[in-house]
Write a protein of this length. Structure first.
Length: 597
């Protein structure tokens, strides 16, 4: 009996440590390896055979073929996943597979698309299948965008070993995302992000099947968008070199769409408004010239410098909003437009004579009445310009008991995981960006200068041993991102209101030099949790242990492609699977994870 147990345990160790080399991220929903007979792919001669010509797919195929051929990818971490959800082949007959080299290899990929006309919008069908055998490779896709997703998986299936490209065996994949919105937010208002680096984020999103790039274009500090109706707004750009022209935006939208990524613009209002607006008319802005007073919070006019908010009771405010929205609405093609709506500071309006007189006219009026006035005036303006477009707003005004039309507005939830159930129970559609899980800029410490809290004195001990100036401390690791069950404790009906999720990188301490390493590969953890989930659908166990080597591999893959993705662990942990785990017990996350649901 002891000998039998020893042999069983030895077999388990071999299975864990010498598993499959391929392990796509995000994990497909269903993968069945039919055998482990290596299939050679003649990449230099590889051609695409479409059931109908399509420039997007033909160009994408050329790109992935070039990447495969130039990188000659061989994964650093060669362990297969530990759950039965993804039964990748083991290497028990590795020698046999290497000896079964074919002459020439497969040189054609057949792609059949059902619907070539479906637009890239939220909810587009992204279902696809991939079938690989010695007789050929076939991809069936519901839409062009599903076929792009299939290309991303196909690209990661091919390895370069013994001077040949191959797929490790016959395989059948069925795949479709759990959530339609799989997003990344970047901020170009605090620090300018170059077009080259925005294009790079699109490339990286496409590789991981993230499909919505939300750009917070401006803030109180700068206005980098050229608006033809108000060219003076870019006087508040950081420099003439840090401006996005309309043609830049059009080219970005086309580039992103050809890679399956939607561009969603955000023009924040009525808070987070100063730069640009003040160039049109200084009266549009309240408290823009005040001291932001972070040292005495009860007098603060903003959460960070510089302060500034649109004057809600100035009629011209809505004329300017209307004009900017009309112009940008002709450029941006997505069915969603983000109108901000977060962090309105009541003290700021102490600097508006109009608002103070309005309060004086009726002593029962509150700041909620003021923000409701804004909503009731602004939202109809957006609606009349494009009745088919939905709006996205930060959740703040709803949490403060304002009334927002549920049929026209999607709420982006950032304040904390505890608010998701409240919003969906009220019937709002929600995009989850909880700062306690999905904010990528957290944990880097503070950036406010002239800050005495960093002095090494007893009074500052809690500060320096606590958040260190980062309001959303701690740093959000890939495990923190991946393990977040943002639909936990929701009924099926309530969960239908969660459209997806979005990681966010605010740019107070980010510019073009560091943006990629601060996003990647951590964003890939969200890419998988929103595509195929963070739990095994059969057991309910968290798949974090299974993801470990795959996200390590994905980072190495990004670096091999030339991207500055940040390392997650010492390389020792990559080439020695699970040697750096906290627990020797490989099922510990399963046990803890089940306790939290």
């Amino acid at each position: 009996m002891k000998l039998l147990l020893f042999l069983i345990s030895l077999f388990h160790i071999v299975q864990v440590s010498v598993g499959a080399k391929v392990n796509p991220l995000p994990a497909p929903r269903n993968t069945t390896w039919l055998d482990s007979n290596s299939i050679e792919i003649n990449v230099p001669a590889l051609t695409l055979r479409l059931n109908r010509p399509n420039d997007v797919l033909e160009d994408a195929f050329i790109r992935i073929k070039g990447s495969i051929e130039s990188v000659k990818w061989y994964p650093a971490a060669t362990e297969g996943p530990m759950s039965s959800m993804q039964p990748f082949p083991t290497a028990t007959n590795l020698k046999k597979r290497l000896l079964r080299r074919q002459i020439g290899g497969i040189s054609t990929v057949d792609v059949n698309v059902d619907d070539f006309n479906a637009d890239l919008q939220l909810g587009v069908n992204e279902t696809y299948t991939i079938d690989v055998s010695s007789s050929g490779i076939t991809i069936n896709a519901a839409t062009v965008w599903a076929a792009l997703d299939a290309f991303t998986t196909f690209q990661q299936l091919i390895i370069y070993e013994n001077n040949q490209f191959s797929i490790e065996g016959s395989v059948s994949i069925w795949d479709s995302p759990l959530f339609g919105h799989r997003g990344l937010l970047i901020d170009t208002g605090r620090n300018f992000i170059s077009l080259a680096k925005i294009y790079e984020q699109v490339d990286l999103m496409s590789l991981s099947k993230l499909n919505a790039l939300h750009i917070h274009f401006e803030d109180t500090a700068s206005w980098p968008l050229f608006i033809e109706a108000f060219p003076e707004m870019t006087n508040d750009a950081y420099s003439p070199r840090e401006i996005y022209q309309p043609g830049d935006l059009v080219n970005l939208i086309i580039y992103a769409k050809n890679r399956g990524v939607r561009i969603i613009p955000e023009i924040d209002a009525p808070a987070h408004a100063r730069a640009g607006w003040q160039q049109i008319d200084p009266s549009l802005i309240a408290c823009g010239n005040s001291w932001w007073s972070n040292d005495v919070y009860t007098f603060a006019t903003g959460n960070e410098p510089p302060p500034g908010q649109l004057d809600i009771l100035y009629n011209k405010t809505y004329d300017v909003l209307d004009t900017i929205y009309q112009e940008l609405g002709t450029i941006f093609t997505d069915n969603f437009y983000h109108i901000g709506g977060d962090e309105i500071n009541g003290n700021c309006y102490n600097f508006s004579s109009r608002i103070q007189e309005w309060f004086a006219e009726n002593s029962t009026r509150t700041y909620n009445d003021l923000t409701q006035y804004y909503l009731d005036t602004a939202i109809p303006i957006f609606e009349q310009n494009n009745p088919n477009r939905k709006l996205i707003m930060w959740e703040d005004m709803v949490l403060n008991n304002n009334t927002v039309p549920k049929d026209r507005v999607v709420l982006q939830s950032w304040n904390g995981a505890q608010y998701i159930p409240q919003l969906v129970k009220e019937g709002y559609d929600v995009i989850v960006s909880s700062s306690d899980h999905f904010y990528l800029d957290c944990g880097y410490g503070g950036w406010i200068t002239n800050d005495p809290r960093y002095l090494d004195i007893p009074a500052n001990e809690d500060f320096n041993n606590g958040n260190g100036g980062s309001w959303c401390n701690p740093y959000k690791t890939w495990q923190r991102i991946y393990d977040y069950d943002f639909t936990a404790n929701l009924t099926d009906a309530e969960a239908q209101h969660v459209l997806g999720a979005e990681v966010a990188l605010w740019s107070e301490q980010v510019d073009s030099t560091v943006i990629t390493q601060k996003i990647w590969p951590r964003a890939a953890a969200l890419a998988e949790s929103t595509w195929s989930g963070n739990r095994d659908p059969d057991t309910g166990y968290l798949r974090t242990t299974e993801l470990t080597q795959r996200i390590f591999n994905f980072r190495e893959y990004l670096v091999a492609l030339g991207y500055d993705a940040s390392p997650l662990v010492p390389k020792y942990c990559i080439v020695n699977p699970h040697s750096c785990d906290f627990y020797k017990n490989q099922t510990i996350l399963d046990e803890f994870g089940l306790q939290q649901t």
